[in-house]
Write a protein of this length. Sequence first.
Lengths: 105, 123
Amino acid sequence: DIQMTQSPSTLSASVGDRVTITCRASQSISSWLAWYQQKPGKAPKLLIYQASSLESGVPSRFSGSGSGTEFTLTISSLQPDDFGTYYCHQFSSYSFGQGTKLEIK
Amino acid sequence: EVRLVQSGAEVKEAGESLKISCKGSGYIFTSHWIGWVRQMPGKGLEWMGIIYPADSDAKYSPSFQGQVTISADKSINTAYLQWSSLKASDSAIYYCARRGSSASAYFYAMDVWGPGTTVTVSS
């Protein structure tokens, strides 16, 4: 089974900061990866699909990159509404990363 | 509007059986896989399994194989997750989610999520 290692587990940043979250796969998953944002008490929301494609309606400050075993989610200029927990999700054997809790300073 | 509507919260005792549902609307139900995801209190997302409603082909995570059953009734656009004997450790929120179209890059995402069903199991 493919393991996803997501880092950091928690992140505190200020409005306007550039933020990067990383997911590493235990073996190659091509570009078969999505990123989600989850806010407390809500279902996850799709941000990025196939590693780098931006979901419709998601602000362009979000971007995804990577292929093979290393992937990143970047928020170019953090906004107050970006708090929450972010998860990567691979589509070879479907496992999720452990999550990154993003707090706004 | 594409939607997944999940059944309501459940409170059960250990040893009881349970079947929760996920009804799709606004799209061709048989054209998309439906997955199930567990979230235990204060924890992350865990992949349980996925089903293709057109032929009920189901695939399970090794962690959940034999512990739950995933099924679908395409005549009423509904997928199910069931337990034959609940444990206290099954207390969690369970989400269903639609896998994106196989004809597009959305195939590598769960693009529509239900609101979740909270299951509470007392021992």
